[in-house]
Design a protein around this ligand. Structure first.
Ligand code: SER
Length: 355
């Protein structure tokens, strides 16, 4: 399935359930010094999660471009990226656990036709401030999920964007990516179970001392990993082996005269990093490479791409050539890439010459 089709199906489904589609916010937040890059779909929605009225209503859906450096060292394996896209839907005080869970279940099993047997679910075990999330477990069971496929876990099932602000217990959905049938019992330590969707019940506000206060407005914030889901839909172990990355990787194969299958890690890192760098430079709030903050992250991404290129024996400048592929593949939805193309290619050329 082409990635575009997943995006369309997601929007269609949630629009059918009365969600208004909102655009992906900029990758580089303006008026928000708390983060260098947008790390989640909920980030631009914080004021609305806290009770302000959103102009598009109280049920929203979008795909958000995100960048997280926490997984920088893991890039190259099957499931981690720096830049990624997150499908999200929100209830700003409209529906809560029951509907979020039944919509999620219907989308996965009804629309995407994921086999029920391949899914597992985690819920929050609770702590001294938050009760055990028996309700979410009950709602999953009401869809026929067995207790072996529902795990009560700790901190992974409590989500907050930062040290303070809106947060809450979450229920996560996992997919068995191994060959053959999934084991009867879910095991959180087995990485063959890949997390694809996080549904957060944003019902608290956390203060500087870590004290939670219940919000008057109980929200739902969901984030589905676009790349991981595309991989599953295409029966691939990794998004690097789908249309999301293959055109970039094929260009790297041409440039290096080497095969992806023998150089997976290097080529995956290059494809990930050039995609991230192209999105940063192609953003309407773009910054150039530098030695501080956002610019430094951008510089690391570009230079690491070049380093791995050299390791593969590429002796010419090549980042511009790869960025052109990213722009071509992604501009249909992220039109600013095409609009800012000249700036992207210019900055890459300068950085590569400098390096
Ligand atoms: N905010 C949650 C996450 O990033 C769910 O969208 O996983």
């Amino acid at each position: 399935m082409h990635p575009k089709i997943l995006r369309d199906k997601y929007f269609q489904f949630y629009k059918k359930h009365q969600h208004a589609q909102i655009p992906s916010a900029s990758l580089i937040p303006i008026n928000d010094a708390s983060v260098l890059f947008n790390t989640a779909g909920m980030q631009p929605l914080v004021p609305y999660l806290l009770g302000n009225k959103h102009p598009s209503g109280n049920q929203l859906v979008n795909v958000q471009r995100c960048l997280r450096m926490v997984d920088f060292e893991n890039v190259g394996d099957n499931t981690h990226n720096t830049f990624f896209q997150m499908l999200g839907n929100w209830s700003l005080g409209a529906y809560f656990k029951k509907d979020a869970i039944s919509q999620g279940f219907e989308f996965l099993t009804g629309v995407l036709k994921f086999p029920f047997d391949m899914l597992a679910f985690t819920v929050y075990q609770g702590d001294d401030q938050v009760p055990t999330d028996e309700q979410s477990a009950k709602f999953w069971k009401s869809h026929g999920v067995s207790k072996d496929r529902i795990a009560f876990l700790g901190k992974d099932n409590f989500w907050s964007a930062g040290e303070t602000g809106p947060c809450g217990p979450s229920t996560e959905i996992f997919y068995w990516t191994g060959d053959g049938p999934a084991p009867v019992k879910f095991d959180e330590n087995d990485e063959t179970w890949v997390e694809i969707w996080n549904i957060v019940f944003m019902m608290y506000n956390k203060d500087e001392n870590g004290i939670l206060t219940e919000l008057q407005q109980k929200n739902v914030d969901t984030g589905m990993g676009f790349e991981r889901t595309v991989a599953i839909l295409n029966n691939k172990k990794s998004a690097y082996e789908t249309q999301l990355f293959q055109p970039i990787i094929e260009e790297i194969e041409k440039l290096s005269q080497k095969k992806y299958l023998e150089n997976k890690k290097e080529m995956r890192i290059m494809a990930d990093h050039i995609r991230a760098a192209t999105f940063i430079l192609g953003d309407d709030n773009a910054i150039p490479p530098s030695n501080v903050d956002r610019g430094y992250i951008l510089r690391r991404l570009i230079r690491r791409t070049i380093r791995y290129g050299k390791l593969l024996g590429i002796n010419t400048n090549f980042t511009v050539q790869l960025a052109k592929i990213v722009i071509k593949e992604y501009s249909d939805y992220y039109s600013e890439l095409e609009k800012n193309k000249e700036y992207v290619l210019d900055e890459l050329q300068k950085e590569e010459n400098k390096f």
